[in-house]
Design a protein around this ligand. Structure first.
Ligand code: 5AD
Ligand code: FES
Length: 348
């Protein structure tokens, strides 16, 4: 088993059979061996720096109905909200003061936010903060829309592929969503010139080791700048309410594998990871992650952006997110930096 970790470390790749063997036969000793290698690779590329992204959840309206997601359109109990451009800019003002140099505009697929509105928001942020990166995370749109956002100044785009296995994709989504279109979107984003992030949930219902192997092979093929993975966590008002959550242990193991596959990838220790374990994000960093995404949304809406149950950073403590995060990272010997935190391939 150690030889497989060594091979992954040396070549950045394994065969499908080897990935499967590594995942299925993992144990605490192998995991520690993997994490040590992953940390070394991460430190070679990014030192002890942890990049921060200010997450602005600007709408929870969504036209989609993904079976796992708490803001799916069939959840009529979700209290819907939209932020105005002014509110979004206020989030950026607060964030800039706190040292954020990347803002992530994340939302459901909300038709109210037409291309023109999104373009206007991107331009306004870029005029006010030309030294900041803007990341979009607003789902599937046409090539032309993506191009318009990029031309308006958007730098990065996050679109989790969710699963690279066609059959599995069908089990997580209603018929109205197409696997092919999602994949096409990711390749379009890359072609346009974005720094692109894909990703998936660990332990989502019906996921098998073969699905995970497909995910890893897809990630290798897409060669994204960012990969977002976190455990699946059930939401009580969805069809998957009674499904098991993904585990901390497998999520950490996959973070380690992804770090060795893509040595300079931007890899967040996600909020979902922090939700299933109080020290989940710290453990994520120690398994090879190098990004955290504290919430910058106004306090009044944070409880409404509930993708899954018990999401952290939504209560009274939320205003302290950044100082909390700084302490957390320092407690494990890492430091949050004030920088855009671009992928190494495009840093000056
Ligand atoms: N548990 C964990 N992650 C979820 N997401 C959506 N619903 C859940 C859930 N129940 C993730 C999806 C999506 C991202 C914004 O949040 O992967 O792409
Ligand atoms: Fe959000 Fe600690 S990081 S409260």
């Amino acid at each position: 088993m150690k030889q497989l970790v060594d091979k992954l470390y040396e070549t950045g790749n394994l065969s499908p059979e080897e990935y499967k063997e590594l995942i299925d036969n993992r144990n605490p000793e192998i995991a520690e061996y993997l994490f040590e290698k992953a940390r070394n690779v991460r430190i070679e590329n990014y030192g002890y720096d942890v990049y921060i992204r200010g997450l602005i959840e600007f709408t929870n309206y969504c036209r989609n109905d993904c079976f796992y997601c708490g803001i799916r359109k069939s959840n009529i109990k979700a209290e819907r909200y939209r932020l105005t451009k002014e509110q979004i800019l206020e989030c950026c003002d607060t964030g800039y003061e706190l040292g954020f140099r990347t803002f992530v505009l994340q939302g459901g697929e909300d038709e109210y936010f037409t291309d023109d509105k999104i373009v206007d928001i991107i331009r306004s942020i870029k005029v006010r903060y030309p030294d900041c990166a803007v990341t979009l995370s607003i789902g599937e749109r046409s090539y032309e829309s993506y191009k318009a956002f990029f031309d308006a100044g958007a730098d990065r785009y996050l679109l989790r592929h969710e699963t690279a296995d066609y059959g599995h994709y069908r089990k997580l989504h209603p018929r109205s969503l197409s696997f092919e279109n999602r994949m096409q979107c990711l390749f379009n984003l890359k072609e346009i010139g974005y720094q692109v992030g894909c990703g998936f949930m660990v332990g989502s219902p019906f996921q098998t080791t073969d699905c995970l192997v497909e995910d890893l092979l897809f990630i290798k093929k897409l060669n994204p700048h960012m990969v977002g993975i976190g455990p699946f966590i059930p939401h009580h008002a969805t069809p998957f309410a009674d499904k098991q959550a993904g585990t901390l242990e497998l999520t950490l193991f996959l973070l380690g594998i992804i770090r060795l596959m893509l040595p300079d990838v931007l890899l967040p220790a996600t909020t979902a990871l922090g939700t299933i374990h109080p020290k989940g994000r710290e453990m994520g960093i120690l398994a090879g992650a190098n990004v955290v995404m504290p919430n910058l949304s106004p306090k009044s809406v944070r409880k409404k952006y509930m993708l899954y149950d018990n999401k952290i950073c939504t209560g009274d403590e939320a205003a302290e997110c950044i100082s909390c995060m700084r302490r957390r990272m320092e407690s494990i010997g890492y430091r949050i930096t004030v920088s855009r935190g671009d992928h190494k391939s495009i840093q000056q």
